[in-house]
Design a protein around this ligand. Structure first.
Ligand code: C2E
Ligand code: CA
Ligand code: CA
Length: 645
């Protein structure tokens, strides 16, 4: 019942009681007055007596004979044929309300009303409390399950609250189940996480051991995802990951690999391990080739264009495969071996899959071993530099020395830079090592410069990681200042693959270096597939043809043609062309005949210690050096016919 209706009822009831009590009091008063001798009754001719038209009095004294005469209100006491005995209503009312009963009645009524209003207040407080409880119940439901927000409960507050609590109970049970899911789920893709996945594999491997079956595990790592994240932002990257998860689910369905957890409704054979890594488990493997088919299907799916808004994104994946029980017997080890195989897929060119073999594991162990040793070697400064001369083909005059880093390991002996430089690059240790290399090379060159090698340069290899993390212009400038080496005596070698992918910022910094007088060389040219037009735009002075071309040119005329065109191209672009890896006199003659002006290679000299360089150049050709600012480095080959001076 609404509040207004209740109030109306109470008012009506109160009025009714008041009317009834007044009536009783008036009858009693009438009685009293009638028998009172000092109260005069008025006798009026009946023709002057009219029924009363006073509405209020008629209601208040509803069962008394009310009349009016001479414009006054009376109560009729008796009536004869011609006259009526009347008593003034005012007197009746006066007596009625001043009698002791009236006072008693009114005290009683006041008491009743006070009690009533107290009860009312109490009940409205209860309603208020119930309203609050109801609101709290609604809030509770909304917080547990926001989707049920709009459902409306009917009935009185108690019923509504009971219904709401019932709903809260249901929502709680529902959200309990959802939470149980979330505890094992990756929040972004809603695939199961690494922990739940490993637990699942544990069970599966136990069964496989009993039934003597094989299982397969794919370790999927996206290629190019970091670039997408960097270029378009993380929320964009997240959307890609969700789409990848959908595509992988489709593959699971397609190959009937589904294994749904019944209560939580989660696929257990597919997981996001973290970042851009996913894994797929293949139970009951009839033949290991099935893994290869599925891996290829995954590669195809991920290489398909991703459409995000009006953008079209292309990424890829590298996959490592591990087979139970050949690769490993425990879930963690199986995942680790697949990871090792995935790394191999990455280093073999990306966008492919590789099946784990023990030899890969050895490589991984070696990698981690060398990484630790490298850290120690850097902190203990266990490196030195070797110097290899690059000479002019005409007279073997030294053009420059390439500084090559050497690591003499206390147990392993010499470790080749081809093995440790990539590790240093992947872990950014090259930054610290590279600082030491540049400073040491410049310092060494400064002492040769002072000794007379004014026209000779020192060339330092700079990796892409260094260019990315250092402001190369500031870095070189500061090192030149601290070592006092003139900028003209320094050359930087940057591989073709690094240069063609370098940002505009890096290219600008290299331009600044050139303006200072530093020479820039493009190293290992021919391995990075740069187009000829990009070459013209790069800030370079020297082009070093990769040794692979020189190696092949002797027996392969196609390579000879390539060498010739590179030489012509270099000359047209006013670049100094250098042939790397010249080991034989025939190669020397060949590159010379092609117009290549400088050579580097074992024919002329292997990389030498600084003392050997000092002995050979400074002690044997001081006069020549004083005149030309450089020395001569003749090949050891007896057949080499030095030009007559
Ligand atoms: P790279 O820059 O192409 O260096 C030339 C490599 O070819 C050197 O190997 C050198 O010893 C070798 N070489 C020179 N002449 C011949 C030859 O006639 N025949 C053959 N087969 N090889 C020849 P090294 O010193 O083992 O360096 C290998 C690679 O390691 C270098 O290739 C370079 O990429 C990297 N590296 C070496 N030192 C440094 C360094 O100080 N910093 C950086 N970032 N990388 C370095
Ligand atoms: Ca080099
Ligand atoms: Ca090279």
């Amino acid at each position: 019942m609404s509040k207004i209706l209740k109030m109306l009822c109470i008012c009506t009831l109160s009025l009714f009681v008041l009317g009834y009590v007044t009536n009783l009091l008036c009858i009693k008063a009438l009685h009293y007055l009638h028998h009172q001798t000092d109260v005069k009754l008025k006798t009026v001719d009946t023709e002057f007596v009219q029924p009363s038209e006073n509405f209020a009095l008629r209601i208040l004294l509803y069962n008394l004979p009310l009349v009016s005469a001479n414009e006054k209100e009376y109560v009729k006491i008796a009536e004869s044929v011609n006259s009526a005995s009347l008593i003034e209503t005012r007197l009746v009312l006066q007596r009625a309300f001043t009698s002791t009963e009236a006072i008693g009645y009114f005290i009683l009524m006041a008491l009743a009303l006070t009690l009533l209003s107290k009860w009312r207040r109490k009940s409205s407080k209860r309603d208020e409390d119930l309203g609050m409880i109801e609101q709290q119940a609604i809030n509770l439901i909304n917080s547990i399950s926001p989707s049920s927000r709009d459902k409306e409960c009917k009935g009185d507050p108690q019923k509504r609250i009971a219904a709401l609590l019932e709903r809260a109970k249901a929502s709680l049970a529902d959200s309990k189940q959802k939470n149980a899911c979330l505890a094992f789920q990756d929040k972004l893709t809603l695939l199961i996480d690494r922990h739940a996945y490993l637990q699942h594999i544990e069970k599966k491997l136990k069964t496989a051991a009993q039934t003597n079956e094989r299982c397969g595990l794919l370790f999927i790592d996206l290629d190019g995802f970091k670039q997408v994240n960097d270029a378009f932002g993380h929320s964009f990257g997240d959307t890609i990951l969700i789409q990848v998860a959908h595509r992988l689910k489709d593959i699971v369905k397609h190959y009937q690999l589904e294994d749904i957890e019944p209560t939580l409704n989660l696929e257990r054979n597919l997981s996001r391990l973290g970042g851009d890594e996913f894994s797929l488990f293949i139970p009951h493997l009839k033949h290991p080739n099935v893994c290869n088919d599925i891996a290829q299907a995954v590669l195809n799916e991920i290489e398909r264009d991703f459409h995000l808004g009006n953008k079209l994104i292309k990424i890829g994946a590298s996959i490592g495969i591990a087979i139970y029980p050949e690769s490993a017997a425990r879930p963690n080890a199986l995942l680790q071996m697949a990871d090792v195989a995935m790394y191999r897929a990455k280093s073999d060119g990306r966008g492919i899959f590789r099946v784990y073999s023990p030899e890969m594991g050895n490589k991984m162990r070696r990698y981690h071993y060398l990484l630790e040793e490298l850290r120690t070697a850097i902190s203990e400064n266990n490196f030195h530099l070797s110097f290899q001369p690059i000479v002019h083909v005409e007279d073997c005059a030294i053009d420059y020395f390439e500084a090559l880093v050497r690591w003499h390991h206390p147990v392993e002996g010499m470790i080749a830079p081809d093995e440790f430089i990539p590790i240093a690059e992947e872990t950014n240790l090259i930054l610290e090592l590279g600082d030491w290399i540049l400073t040491t090379a410049c310092r060494q060159m400064y002492s040769w410069y002072k000794a007379g090698m004014k026209q000779v340069r020192i060339s330092v290899n700079v990796s892409g990681v260094q260019l990315k993390h250092r402001d190369v212009h500031q870095w070189v400038k500061a090192t030149l200042q601290s070592t006092q080496l003139p900028a003209q005596s320094l050359m930087l070698e940057i591989t073709e693959s690094t240069l063609i992918t370098a940002s505009n910022k890096i290219i600008k910094q290299l331009e600044e270096c050139r303006k200072m007088g530093v020479t820039i060389a493009i190293d290992d040219f021919g391995t990075g597939f740069s187009s000829l037009s990009t070459l013209a735009d790069l800030p370079i002075d020297v082009l070093k043809i990769d040794k692979h071309f020189i190696n092949q040119a002797k027996c392969n005329t196609k390579y000879q043609q390539i060498l010739r065109s590179i030489s012509e191209l270099g000359n047209q672009l006013s670049l100094r062309v250098i042939a790397e890896g010249v080991e034989e006199l025939e190669q020397f003659e060949l590159v010379k005949s092609m117009g290549i002006r400088c050579v580097q290679g074992y024919l002329v000299s292997k990389p030498q210690s600084s003392q050997s360089v000092g002995n050979k150049v400074l002690k044997t050709g001081m006069n020549q050096m004083a005149a030309t600012g450089t020395g001569v480095w003749l090949p050891d080959d007896k057949r080499y016919d030095p030009p007559a001076h």
